[in-house]
Design a protein around this ligand. Structure first.
Ligand SMILES: [Zn+2]
Length: 410
């Protein structure tokens, strides 16, 4: 049985272009597609027919008549093909099975990630079980996208040397080939923050907006951006560079060997460390109290700040102020129309989010630059896994502006 990947790869570019358009805009009428593409009806019918014949798109109803015969609406077939999206982050691993509409059909999370072999085995086992449980034939799966902590060698599909990973066995991990061997599916890999911003740009809160910046604030600070409709790519695939922007030349030493980086004040480890240090300084600790210090994590601090604890408020406020300054600098250079702040710190602390936004707005250079902010975007904590799935589809639909440089062997 020919699989959906081969079927799609054998289609003409025009058919793939139509599928991408219908995927992102459906349900749509033929007239709407003709307006968007400039295709004539006979051409459109010729290139749509293979998509209908192979079950990638279906008729989903009838639009309102504007005089004459009411037009048929087309959309992607929600049961025609499926994609796997994998998010490998520092504090969890998430796998989703989606259809072409990027709707989550099934989801699996485990935390924290074990060593690479364990992680790949667990995810692969889940994928096989889930497909069987859901009655989805493997021939209907287009492939898997992976959004991971960087830095990466995207062309080779290798995770290089991520900082602050719970296990130090994640050095030079050929993650794409490991998954390819286990799943026997096409695989693409990218930074998680790039995947997340792509998901929001194509299917989420940033739909129709061509300049978007995405920040994931957690153990590290991960950044992805869309500029003029394209993922911003640097030569080095470092998604954590924003976190190492220097905001205090005499600041605390950072593990990157610099001083006063944003990350030394605004990440989960730095906030937790600061809170515990101040707690110890201000309240003489007995044995009992030092034991209870071990139980204090970022979630405790976020919740305490939300409930009005002065020390927790002070620590979160300081961290968010520094982050807001960095954000203002970033906004000055990149000029995004939309900034999405996401990740555990943003999810769990409205004080952190509100302060970041207020300071960034106060301190940005171009005062009349219109910018909107979103707390967690549309896909929230699933943005990376959904975005990874979306990346795979973009690769197959041959939209090289999003994935240039990826060599996807099958
Ligand atoms: Zn640093």
């Amino acid at each position: 049985m020919v699989n959906v990947y081969d079927k799609l790869m054998n289609m003409k570019d025009q058919s793939k272009l139509l599928l991408g358009l219908i995927q992102k805009n459906g349900p749509v009428t033929r007239n709407q597609i003709m307006d968007a593409t400039g295709m004539k009806l006979t051409t459109l019918k010729r290139f749509m027919q293979p998509l209908l014949d192979e079950g990638f798109i279906i008729e989903v109803g009838i639009d309102k008549s504007t005089g004459g015969r009411p037009p048929t609406l087309y959309d992607v077939n929600p049961k025609g093909s499926y994609v796997i999206g994998i998010d490998i982050s520092r504090t969890y691993t998430e796998t989703v099975i989606t259809n072409l509409k990027m709707g989550i059909i099934d989801l699996h999370r485990f935390e924290p990630p074990h060593d690479p072999t364990d992680t790949v085995n667990q995810i692969s086992l889940y994928v096989k079980d889930a497909l069987s449980r859901l009655g989805i034939a493997k021939s209907l799966v287009l492939g898997a996208g992976i959004g991971t902590v960087g830095p990466l060698d995207r062309k080779k599909g290798v995770i290089l040397n991520p900082a602050n990973f719970p296990s130090n066995s994640w050095i030079n991990v050929p993650i794409r080939d490991m998954f390819k061997e286990k799943l026997s599916l096409p695989i693409v890999i990218d930074n998680g923050a790039n995947a997340a911003v792509l998901a929001e740009h194509l299917f989420g809160i940033g739909k129709g907006i061509d300049n978007i910046s995405y920040f994931h604030c957690g153990v590290g600070i991960r950044t992805g951006a869309i500029s003029s409709g394209n993922i911003v790519r640097a030569i080095n695939e470092y998604e954590d560079a924003f976190g190492h922007m220097v905001v205090d030349i005499k600041g605390e030493p950072c593990y990157c060997k610099n001083r006063g980086c944003i990350e030394t004040m605004c990440s989960i480890p730095s906030i937790t460390k600061k809170f515990k240090k101040l707690l110890e300084q201000r309240y003489s600790s007995s044995d009992d109290e030092s034991k209870s210090l071990d139980r204090i994590d970022y979630l405790y601090i976020c919740n305490a700040a939300e409930q009005g604890d002065k020390l927790a408020e002070e620590v979160i406020l300081n961290a968010a102020t520094i982050f807001g300054i960095g954000l203002a600098n970033y906004i000055n250079l990149i000029n995004p129309q939309l900034v999405i702040l996401s990740g555990p710190l943003v999810k769990n602390s409205s004080l952190f989010y509100d302060t970041c936004v207020a300071i960034a707005l106060q301190r940005k250079y171009i005062k009349n630059h219109k910018i909107s902010f979103s707390r967690e975007g549309y896909f929230k904590e699933h943005a990376i896994s959904i975005g990874a799935a979306a990346l795979l589809v973009e690769e197959i639909l041959s939209m090289p502006k999003y994935i240039s440089g990826i060599n996807m062997e099958v």
